[in-house]
Every structure is written in structure tokens, then in C-alpha cells.
Ligand binder design. Structure first.
Ligand SMILES: [Zn+2]
Length: 297
């Protein structure tokens, strides 16, 4: 064999090994993603005269339905890739109309399914958080809102709306943090004496400023912790003020970020606050709020 042929042979072998290694990595990645896709897609609705909160297993994304006899509020819409699963969840829960669709910020794990939701249901109002995205789906969402003539509101802190007895208030962002996660809409939902606090993807700085501004008004029965349980959200200081009975983290199985972070888990354990994770409770973490008590379903 000539020297030239030997070099060619070595190159061929290296290329073959690389291709094989890449294939293995790809198969592992697709299998991991696929696990979320195989989750059940139907949810049995809770028969209630009061508020039921469904933290839907949307993988590594957010999608929360607040449903009371007078109507529905949907906060975030999961990823575009799993939009059919999101629609299947909502269909199984008997959703026909969404009184308020909230998109907390311009990241695709929050707005991804929005245009599909707008096409599938009657949406009365659309509360749109700050930021813009050039990623797939964002423009489609804005086009769908315009085409369907949906009342669109870009709220400020202090903005309020109600659906029957369910009162919702936008607590933040209190200022421009120069970061889309930190600029997420923070929503406080009150039903009788029950309070649900939805932190979207905010972190320490925004949490601390919310505590300074609102103090004891941050108290909640259920806290959806910030940024899928990231290490940089849900500080002890914040938790001591909110003092929730339950903390919920919306995370995908085997997610690439290691959410919820061990340090966040530790802070919750220290304060004996139970952490409930969406993918471990697929298809949804469900609470019934009677106005007096909060019951895990
Ligand atoms: Zn997110």
C-alpha cells in the first residue's frame, strides 16, 4: 500500500468512527425528547364549583390553565413542537373559550403554542408580556392575534383583570431588567382567600424587588417557582415572604438544564415547602381552590 493510500484509509476510518459516534448521540437525544412526547395527552377535569389550577406537563416549558365556572385563563402555551399535545390537554378539559390568554415573555417555551391555541379556541383577551423574538412562531402568534381580532393588552405592573370570582393582577416586571426572563410577567391570582403566584422565568433580583414593593401581599398558597426551578430563582428571602404551602416547578424529564436545580430544592427543603414537579406528575399537577382551602387533586 502506498503512503497516499494509507493516509486515505486512516481518514476513511476516522470519518466512519465519527459518523457512528454522532449517530449514537443523535439517537440518545431523540429518545430523550421522545420521552416527553409519550406522556398521556388526556386529563380528567376536576368537577368543581370553584377554581381548579392545572399545571400542565408541557415538557421543559410552561403552560398553566386556571379554570373556574365563569371562564378560563391560560398562562403560557408550551413549545411549538408539542402544540398538539397542549391542544389535546385543553380539549380533554373541555375548554371552548379562553377569557384571557397570557404570554409571559418572548421565549418559545412560553409562547410556542400560542398561535395554535388562538386558531383552536375563542380567545377574548390576550395579555402579552414584553420582548420580541425572531424565533419561529412569535410572528405567527402576533399575526393570529391580529387576524382573529383579539383584544391585545401589553400590561404594566398593577394591571388587573377578573374572570368571575378569579381576580388576577400583574405584579411585575417592576422595571426593565435588560433580560427577557427577568422581564417576565409575574401574575398573582386570587380566589376568595386563596392565592396563586406565577413567577414565569424571573430570578433573584426581580423577586427581591417584588418583596420590597408588595411585602406581605406576596403571600401565596401555591407558588409556581421562577424559571423552571433554576438555581438563580426562588431565593430563601423570597420564599420566607411568600411562604407557600406548595411550590410547583414546570420542567421536562431529563432536561438539559438540570432543572430543578439542587440548590433550589435545598432552599425549599430547608423551609419544609413541598416541591411538585410537572413531569413527575404528568399529565398535570392539579389543585382545587375553594376560596378557603387548597386541595391537591
Ligand atoms: Zn422558560
Amino acid at each position: 500500500m502506498t503512503k497516499k493510500k494509507k493516509v486515505l484509509l486512516v481518514i476513511c476510518i476516522v470519518l466512519l468512527v465519527l459518523t457512528a459516534a454522532l449517530s449514537v448521540v443523535l439517537v440518545i437525544h431523540l429518545t430523550k425528547r421522545g420521552q416527553d412526547e409519550r406522556q398521556p395527552i388526556a386529563i380528567t377535569p376536576v368537577d368543581s364549583r370553584d377554581l381548579v389550577v392545572y399545571f400542565l406537563d408541557a415538557g421543559q416549558a410552561d403552560c398553566t390553565l386556571l379554570s373556574c365556572p365563569d371562564g378560563n385563563v391560560l398562562v403560557d402555551t408550551g413549545l411549538y413542537e408539542i402544540r398538539f399535545r397542549t391542544l389535546a390537554y385543553l380539549n380533554s378539559l373541555g375548554v371552548k373559550t379562553i377569557d384571557w390568554l397570557v404570554v409571559t415573555h418572548a421565549h418559545s417555551d412560553h409562547y410556542g403554542g400560542a398561535d395554535s391555541v388562538m386558531e383552536a379556541y375563542k380567545i377574548n383577551n390576550f395579555l402579552l408580556g414584553g420582548g420580541v423574538s425572531t424565533a419561529y412562531g412569535y410572528e405567527k402568534m402576533l399575526e393570529a392575534a391580529e387576524r382573529k381580532n383579539i383584544n391585545t393588552v401589553e400590561p404594566f405592573a398593577g394591571y388587573r383583570f377578573s374572570v368571575g370570582e378569579m381576580r388576577c393582577e400583574v405584579l411585575g416586571p417592576l422595571r426593565d431588567y435588560g433580560d427577557e426572563n427577568m422581564n417576565s410577567l409575574v401574575l398573582k391570582v386570587t380566589y376568595g382567600q386563596n392565592v396563586i403566584l406565577l413567577m414565569a422565568d424571573t430570578g433573584f433580583e426581580a423577586e427581591a424587588e417584588l418583596v420590597t414593593r408588595y411585602g406581605e401581599q406576596m403571600r401565596a398558597d401555591i407558588l409556581k417557582i421562577g424559571h423552571h426551578g433554576s438555581a438563580y430563582s426562588t431565593s430563601s428571602y423570597f420564599l420566607k415572604t411568600v411562604h407557600p404551602h406548595y411550590a410547583v416547578a414546570s420542567c421536562g424529564r431529563n432536561n438539559d438544564y438540570g432543572h430543578p436545580a439542587p440548590s433550589t430544592r435545598s432552599r425549599l427543603i430547608e423551609l419544609t415547602i413541598p416541591l411538585i414537579i410537572t413531569h413527575e406528575n404528568s399529565p398535570a399537577v392539579i389543585f382545587e381552590c375553594t376560596g378557603e382551602e387548597v386541595i391537591r387533586r
